[in-house]
Structures are given as C-alpha cells and as structure tokens.
Design a protein around this ligand. Sequence first.
Ligand code: NAD
Length: 505
Amino acid sequence: MSTNSLASTTRATMEACGVTASLDAGSLTVVSPLTGEAVASLATHSADDAKAMIRTAKQAFRQWRLVPAPRRGELVRLFGEELRKSKEDLGRMVSIEAGKSPSEGLGEVQEMIDICDFAVGLSRQLYGLTIATERPGHRMMETWHPLGVVGIITAFNFPCAPWAWNSALALVCGDPVIWKPSEKTPLTALACQAVLERALARFGEDAPEGLSQVLVGGPELGEALVTSEAVALISATGSTRMGRIVGPKVAERFGRSILELGGNNAGIVCPSADLDMTLRAVAFGAMGTAGQRCTTTRRLFVHESIYDQIVPALKKAYASVSVGNPLETNALVGPLIDKAAFDGMVEALNEAKEAGGTVHGGERQDVGPDTAYYVKPAIVEMPSQTGPVTRETFAPILYVMKYSDFDEAIEQHNDVGGGLSSSIFTTDLREMETFLSARGSDCGIANVNIGTSGAEIGGAFGGEKETGGGRESGSDAWRAYMRRATNTINYSRELPLAQGVSFDI
Ligand code: NAD
C-alpha cells in the first residue's frame, strides 16, 4: 500500500465511521508508523475550547445524573451495537495510527464492545450496602451518586480501548466525559466519537448536549482538564513521567484520579514449567505489539536448571519472527511508533551492553520506507538486574536473567518501580500459590501459566507503585466514577446518639 493509498484508506475509513471533520484542516499532522508519512492534518483545540467543553459537560452533568441508571445503560447498549457495526473500520484506524496488526486492532475494538456489555449489566447493579446500625429504630445504608465530569487522557499505544473502559462506566454511572487522546492517535478518537454520536442520535432526548466530547491536541489540553476544579475525576493513561506531573496537580485541588502508568513487567520460569507453553506465552508477551503494551513482558527470570533449554528456544523464536507492515504482510511484529521510540531502544541496548549484557537482535529492519521504524525484537541476557533493566523502555526488549533461589527471584521481580503485570510459569502448587500470596508478586495483575499481556475487561485493570495505583474496567472499578453517601434514617420516636453519648437539653 502506497502512502497515498494509506491516506485515502484513512479518509474512507473515517467517513465510514461518520466523521465529518476536515482531515486537511490544521497544524496537527497525523503520521502513520506503518510508513512514517502523514495521513491527515487536524485542527487542534485551544485552552479556551477546553474551558468551553468543560462548561458544557458540567451543564450536561446536571441533566444526565437525573436519568435513571438503567436508561443510561441503554445508551451504552446502543453504543455497543454501533461499535459492532464499525468494528472493521475502527480496527483499521488502530492499525493505521498505532501500527498494530489487524488482529490486534480488532482485538482492541472487541474490548470496547465487551466493556459496553459489562456496563449495560452494571447499570442495574450500582449497589450500595445496607449496614447494621447500633441505634434502635434506625437504618443505615450507602447510596452511590453520579460524581461529575470525567476527564480521560489516553496514550498512543491503545488509541481507543482505555477510553471505552472509562467512558462506558462513566456514562452508566451518570458522568459526562471529555477525552484528550494522544496527539499521536487523534483520528481513532474522532472515529470513536462519531460512532458514539450515532448511538446518541438513536437514544433520543434524554442525552444532553456535550455528554461526550473530544479535545484534539497536546499535553496542554490534558493540563486544562487536570487543573480544572470542574473536572471531578481525571483518568490518565500514559507514562509514569506524565503521572508524576498529573497526579500531584489533581491532588492539589482535591480532585480524584485514576492513574494507569508504565510497567516493567516480568515473568518467572520455574523448573516444572511447561516449556512449550511458556515459550509461546513469553514470545507473545514480549514481542506482541512490538513491545508497546503497558503489559509487555520486559524481564524474565529463568531457573538455572532449564535456562539452557528455554533461552536458546527463545532466541530461535526471536531470530525467526516476521517483522513488517502488518496491513501489507502477515508480519507478527509491526513498527515502533516513531524515531524517538527507536532512539530509546538503541540507547537501552547500548546501556545493557555496558552493564555486561549480551544482546541478540534489536537491529533496524529494512522493510519499509526510511521514515518508518521497524526493528527486530531484542533478547538480552543480563548477568543481573542492573542498568536499563530497572526501567520501562517502550520497545521490544526482553531482559533475561538466571536465578537459583525462588525467594530471591521474587525479591528481584518486585525490586523495580513498575507494578503492573506479572506471570509465573510453573506446575508446582507451592510456587504458584506463593507467587499469588502476600509475599509474592506486588503487581496489580499476577498470572499463572499465561503471559503478562492480554487482560480481560471483567477484572479490574491497573497496577501498584509507579504504575499509579488506579483501577479501571471490570470488578468494582465503577466505584471511582461515583460518590458514596452514607445515609442514616431514624424511624423511631427517640433520638439515641451514636456511641451512647448523652446530650439532654
Ligand atoms: P505519554 O505519557 O507521553 O502520553 C500519554 C497522554 O498524556 C497523552 O495524551 C499526552 O498528551 C498526555 N500528557 C502528557 N503530558 C501531560 C501533562 N503534563 N498533563 C496532561 N496530559 C499530559 O505516554 P505515551 O507515550 O502516549 O504512552 C506510552 C506510555 O503509556 C507507556 O509508559 C505505557 O506503559 C503507558 N501505558 C499505560 C497503560 C496502563 O493502563 N497502565 C496503558 C497504556 C499505556
């Protein structure tokens, strides 16, 4: 596919989703990592536009919070239907903007559909507790109310699913949303918004204007959401660097935040592991999406007794993996997002060599134009967990280390800043349960005999430490989008005070 046809495919796909905005209008050039060339240029919003959107959203909140939750769920049900109709188109936009394979692009859209289904059910299950009270003739209960405007900031590598994880829940919880997508992937955001607008048109008058809005532009627009007192919750997905700026700013104004930041995810391969399964799980976890998932496997601790079986097999898989444009070929590994990502990978590999590592792979691949950055995934045998191993480099680098003592492997596993995802490969019950116990993995996601990436929407998604502590998607993550009131009702003719306090007047 030539650049021209990529640009025209982009236009046709955006149009099919219902986007009416001009794709030649402005200063934000959208580059496809598949070829490194421009596919559109968009007009950006200003700080004043952001303020106006926040005002509109605040107004929308006053109306939306009064619509019964199951009726709000109906909007999300319709959104799920519209997503199903546009699955192919949205998946293609994810591939064009983020460089993902068609199967990964479609998988991301499927996550949006899945969270809609989840949220529709949730709209009838926003349960509060009834709590035993110490006072006779009283009843105590919790009520969950809509929270307010939700600002959603997202990263380039998942251009749409994290928005849906947040917005599907926020909408059933009674909250309007304003989305600031990555400046690298605004087209997918506009396409998703157009699909939601189709659902809104079918839903009818209960939905106020400005229930869902998109801010196109850079970090300064994220900043406008972060610093606005009118934005009750900021859900920010991106680097730990971004979270270090955003988190304190939201906290300073006593706003609420969900931070979904970087990870430095690891697997431990134990002597009893099923080696064939482990090999496939690690290969996908480490090389899938060209190492550009927050849950990508970046470190591997392999027991010394099986090191000489698994590491050569991994090296072989790395050497033979296909790299290329996933829209034109069957390549399993697509491009890095841009030159900065490639430079970061080169720097990390150089540092690893200086720290005594042996690098296999990592070379730039001549499979696209000069403006695109395709690399052979790298596997690096390290003598210990030092240098670049302790940080997230957003590229396909897997650092492999040998261990002899299981407890020491867990110590090392936890001895990094990131706390997102983790895996153990074992058929030993004691090792497995220890890994999942309080003295095991300190991550928000701990898996057994599957890789670190590829979470399902039914579970709460997020991680600890420098990953930010936020949870979104399934389980009880919805609570972050609502405020809880504890209500005590006295249906007696007495006024007993709590804790037996007397105050007779
Ligand atoms: P990034 O931090 O550069 O940008 C993410 C978003 O934050 C963008 O929309 C950007 O405009 C915005 N932003 C940046 N600085 C800001 C500021 N000061 N105020 C407000 N907004 C600001 O991240 P990226 O390069 O797009 O994405 C890759 C990173 O995201 C990796 O570290 C990856 O691990 C992480 N990530 C985490 C998760 C998760 O769920 N934990 C999911 C996907 C990606």
